[in-house]
Design a protein around this ligand. Structure first.
Ligand SMILES: Cc1cc2nc3c(=O)[nH]c(=O)nc-3n(C[C@H](O)[C@H](O)[C@H](O)COP(=O)(O)OP(=O)(O)OC[C@H]3O[C@@H](n4cnc5c(N)ncnc54)[C@H](O)[C@@H]3O)c2cc1C
Length: 499
């Protein structure tokens, strides 16, 4: 049987092959129905943005006993030396509400938060392994690691391992994946959605199915849509992940009357190496990112600071760095560290593909910061150093209140004087991760039309759904949301297919 004929025998077509799509397809299979996945990418690039992730996975838990259910490999020694803390459902609710400035859809948050632990358990059952996120989410102080942001476990092997594991499971379940087969339209009439038109090896085919799950990402890889919806300049941002998330799933659904929902002019965008390629590189993964803003001063082309680098832990601020850098002259910035804090830098600061300057004096560093007004930079450093409240102890694991006083833009935590050589600086621009706007789905993952009614036979999950993120984002939520809503979409699509 050729690939197209195989797809014709499926009950449910799942568009996409990332985390949300594989979660949906595996759930369709669990429900006793037959799924097929459509993937725009070729085999090596499969799995969308999920493939590029570091695997941070934000779920609610009540401490080590819960964590051991997800990660039984945590040793007694690790239990001794790590303070895992707790991350209660209430804290998760607060984070989702606060990050979105109280705009996130309450029904969606409720489902996300209450199902998050179960989603992690289910991932574990699929063969996905987890490990403590040391170094990224906890620092070692006085011999002990202490988690500060609630995000304690990450997927072992990151996105590459996640995609390999879920796809191996799908293969075992006999779920075919049609590679290089983008969906181009939905087959639709007054009765609802009855399948998908695909392009396969240069030819269009109409694939009928009882139901369809759209899980094919946002529009972050589409420069035209970025400029149209995010605004001027966003077409010039670098794309952190896959080139295949061009918004087609969203536009196909809007074309048949689906409701746009969420923060259409908002996106997740980080500080990303200035010379990174235009789209993600799977051999580097997420490591073009430069997330240690809380320990640096960040200066623009004018040699001036432009944000409070220490306003919060990076997990709660990093998704906004990209937009802020995009608005600076020339769309770049330099992150400047002195020797006192370089031991805290994440692994992403030591990759080979990096735009870095290093110097033994601050004057020498000023001459090496390409594109920056060196004189003004030196003044900025002097003003900053003079304003640091050095009597407050520095502690990277808590919001330590070690601040500056009386600057035009104060740094409110983790302020250290920049005075100990060697000095290091890293050039960054805006790297867009994913877009916040998307489709409106019901609590059963049914895609709704503009009148608020479910479009029969059409379900949605993952990044293409709007309503969860507005203005900001708490790290590690995207993968959990894909698992949670992917599983709901799979269950409901299977039930719909059964009639
Ligand atoms: C560099 C990077 C690091 C990240 N790190 C983390 C992290 O540590 N933790 C976290 O929670 N989140 C992280 N994220 C965000 C996370 O990747 C997403 O939230 C999540 O993976 C989205 O899953 P998804 O299944 O909705 O989309 P994706 O994984 O992007 O999958 C979309 C799929 O649809 C396919 N597709 C697109 N259009 C079509 C079409 N027309 N027809 C057929 N197929 C199509 C794509 O090829 C892809 O297979 C990161 C993202 C990036 C880019």
């Amino acid at each position: 049987m050729n690939a197209i004929d195989e797809a014709r025998s499926a009950d449910v077509i799942v568009v996409g092959a990332g985390n949300a799509a594989t979660s949906a397809a595996l759930t369709v299979h669990e429900q006793g129905a037959k799924a097929v996945m459509l993937e725009s990418a070729h085999f090596e690039a499969r799995g969308g943005n999920s493939h590029y992730t570091g695997g941070a996975y934000r779920f609610a838990h009540n401490g080590i006993e819960d964590l051991l259910k997800i990660s039984p490999d945590i040793s007694d020694e690790e239990r001794e030396s790590i303070d895992f803390g707790t991350y209660t459902e209430d804290q998760y609710f607060d984070d989702m509400a606060r990050m979105s400035q109280y705009r996130a859809d309450p029904d969606m948050i409720e489902i996300l938060v209450r199902s998050s632990f179960d989603a992690a358990l289910w991932m574990r059952e699929q063969g996905v392994r987890f490990q403590p996120s040391l170094g990224r989410q906890a620092f070692k102080v006085d011999g002990k690691f202490r988690f500060w942001g609630g995000l304690t476990l990450q997927i072992w092997g990151g996105g590459a391992q996640l995609v390999a594991t879920l796809h191996a499971k799908a293969e075992k379940a006999g779920i075919p994946v049609l590679y290089e087969t983008p969906a181009v339209a939905l087959l639709h009439d007054a009765g609802g959605v009855h399948g998908v038109r695909v392009n396969h090896q240069g030819q269009n085919y109409d694939l009928k199915a009882k139901s369809v799950v759209l899980a094919c990402g946002g529009f972050e890889a589409n420069a035209e849509m970025r400029a149209r919806y995010l605004g001027p300049g966003w077409d010039l941002a670098k794309v952190r992940g896959t080139r295949f998330n061009t918004g087609k799933g969203i536009t196909m659904a809007l074309d048949i009357g689906a409701m746009p929902y969420g923060h259409w002019s908002g996106c997740h965008a980080v500080a990303w190496d200035l010379n990174a390629p235009p789209f993600g590189d799977l051999t580097v993964g997420d490591r073009f990112q430069k997330h240690n803003v809380p320990f640096c001063i960040m200066v623009n082309a004018n040699g001036e600071r432009f944000r409070d680098e220490g306003s919060d832990f990076h997990s709660y601020t990093y998704a906004r760095y990209g937009g802020e850098i995009l608005r600076q002259p020339g769309m770049f910035a330099w992150q400047v560290f002195d020797h006192k804090v370089v031991h805290l830098l994440r692994d992403e600061y030591s990759i080979r593909q990096i735009t870095k300057a290093k110097a033994d004096t601050i004057e020498e560093l000023a001459s090496k910061l390409e594109g920056v007004d060196g004189q003004r930079f030196l003044e900025t450093v002097a003003e900053f150093n003079g304003a640091v409240k050095t009597d407050i102890p520095f502690d990277p694991n808590v919001k330590d209140g070690r601040c500056t006083e009386s600057l035009a833009i104060d740094k409110t935590n983790w302020a250290n004087t920049i005075d100990t050589p060697p000095f290091e600086a890293y050039a960054v621009t805006a790297g867009v991760t994913f877009t916040f706007g998307g489709l409106k789905v019901s609590t059963k993952a049914e895609v709704e039309d503009t009148a608020g009614n479910p479009i029969p036979g059409l379900f949605g999950a993952g990044e293409l759904v709007g309503g969860l993120y507005y203005n900001n984002y708490a790290s590690g939520t995207g993968l959990v949301a894909g698992s949670v809503f992917g599983r709901i979409a799979g269950k409901q699509a299977a039930a719909f297919a059964r009639g």
